[in-house]
Ligand binder design. Structure first.
Ligand SMILES: Cc1cc2nc3c(=O)[nH]c(=O)nc-3n(C[C@H](O)[C@H](O)[C@H](O)COP(=O)(O)O)c2cc1C
Length: 422
């Protein structure tokens, strides 16, 4: 039986190990994780979600504090239309975030950025344009367009000097979405360099309704692969969602995939941005601890670990500080849900909101534990330690396990020796 290492992903003149670590916002797929993928010859993603918040944490900028000070007068107002992002700040933060990652890059692989259209930021077009252009300016190897149809996204960068040299790809969950994307972006005279087809078992937001369980990745992959072939479009197709072992990956590569995109197995690596306490929750999760719900204000279903603090929390909307999901009119469905919950419980200070979650605040604080369907198998990928906790993995170990394993085997890491003090 073949393994992943028997294949290569050809992107332009580059030959890569056909493993892409998917973008995981907010700063879950850190620069450190993406750089490991690149060092090992594959493709890693950083995320462009809430970048000013991320640079505040990593580079001690004060972007969030400044924005909050400017709009503090509006915190009790459900109408957030005045709360606008400063495009200069957004550009500066993106350049810092991307530039820093690219400066550290080693090895033959690539570092891409995951750009979500659903981060509408009270000015969808203007903010997306700045985010993509600043990432290109700062030397990103490629942009993966995510969480949205991106019908106008190529046009926002078509006059950028790197429009043709940077790798550009799109994540879709159906052939129809891909056809629409190609039709609308075709006028820019450029095809995507790769297409990620994400099935219903992925982490993060799903490109399906609540009937997600009726779909499966293999069928959608086959449909798109056959259509691309019939149209004589030679674009690498990259399946994602529920690819848990090297053999799962090799199966897709044998069926004609250009590479695979994986994420959940890397959530429990040391290079991942999740705090260790949260990583232990991922390890502990059983199958019935994981649900797909409609709590995300984006309108897309999202998979989460049921016990996460983001569910049923009572936090006041925090758009003056964050506001990444505000639509073009300055509203977010969490604001509506929050006020509805308070109207039903007049006079109470802390009212749990069950209908939606304040995704910005909870993602920023690592309190929204989104994961792929197979997160309940993470415990089988490592050792249980004497204190009952699970041993974290290195990204290199997980990457190599995908690259070399056969027969659905999962290689366990070398057991850490616990040195007791005293
Ligand atoms: C914790 C987590 C966060 C994610 N965040 C994003 C995101 O911000 N944008 C995105 O396009 N996909 C996101 N995803 C989806 C992954 O990039 C990837 O396509 C998918 O999870 C692959 O399936 P797997 O996790 O079963 O390997 C996320 C996945 C996880 C597990």
């Amino acid at each position: 039986m073949k393994c992943v290492d028997d294949f290569r992903l050809q992107l332009g003149n580059k030959q890569l190990v056909p493993i892409m670590i998917g973008g995981m916002g907010v700063d879950i797929s850190t620069a450190r994780l993406a750089l490991e993928a690149a060092r090992l010859g594959g493709v890693g993603h950083i995320s462009d979600a809430m970048v000013p918040t991320v640079t505040d944490r990593r580079f001690d900028t004060k972007f969030v504090k400044t924005k909050l000070a400017k709009y503090k007068f509006n915190v009790d107002n459900p109408d957030k239309s005045v709360v606008q992002f400063d495009l200069g700040v957004l550009e500066e933060a993106t350049r810092l975030h991307v530039g820093n990652a690219m400066q550290q890059k080693q090895g033959d692989g690539l570092v891409f950025i995951n750009c979500m259209e659903k981060l509408t930021m009270n000015a969808p077009k203007e903010t997306l344009r700045v985010r993509m252009r600043a990432a290109l300016d700062a030397g990103i190897d490629g942009i993966t367009l995510a969480a949205g149809l991106h019908l106008g996204s190529f046009a926002l960068i078509e006059d950028h000097p790197r429009f043709r040299d940077a790798k550009l790809g799109i994540i879709v969950s159906s052939l129809r979405a891909l056809q629409l994307f190609l039709k609308k972006n075709g006028r820019c005279g450029r095809m995507p360099d790769y297409v990620v087809v994400e099935g219903p078992l992925a982490g993060g937001h799903l490109g399906f309704g609540m009937d997600w369980a009726e779909y499966d990745l293999a069928s959608i992959f086959t449909e798109i692969r056959d259509w691309l072939k019939a149209e004589q479009l030679d674009i690498p197709l990259i399946p994602a969602g529920g690819i848990f072992t090297g053999s799962d990956a090799a199966g897709f590569l044998e069926a004609g995939a250009g590479a695979v995109q994986v994420a959940t197995r890397f959530t429990v690596t040391r290079e991942c941005g999740l705090p260790e306490k949260v990583q232990q929750e991922y390890f502990k999760a059983d199958e019935d601890d994981i649900e797909v719900n409609q709590l995300s204000p984006t309108g897309y279903p999202m998979r989460m670990i049921k016990g996460c603090p983001a569910i049923g929390d009572s936090i006041r909307p925090n758009c003056e500080a964050y506001g990444y999901l505000l639509d073009a009119k300055g509203s977010c469905s969490y604001i509506e849900a929050y006020h509805k919950a308070h109207e039903a419980h007049p006079g109470e200070r802390r009212v749990p909101v069950w209908e939606k979650t304040c995704l910005c605040t909870h993602m920023r604080n690592f309190d929204c534990w989104t994961c792929g369907h197979y997160a309940y198998r993470l415990k089988d990928t490592t050792h249980r330690l004497a204190d009952g906790s699970y041993q974290l993995l290195s990204a290199e170990h997980v990457f190599h396990d995908y690259q070399y394993s056969t027969d659905h085997k999962i290689a366990l890491p070398k057991r850490e020796v616990c040195l007791l003090a005293g």
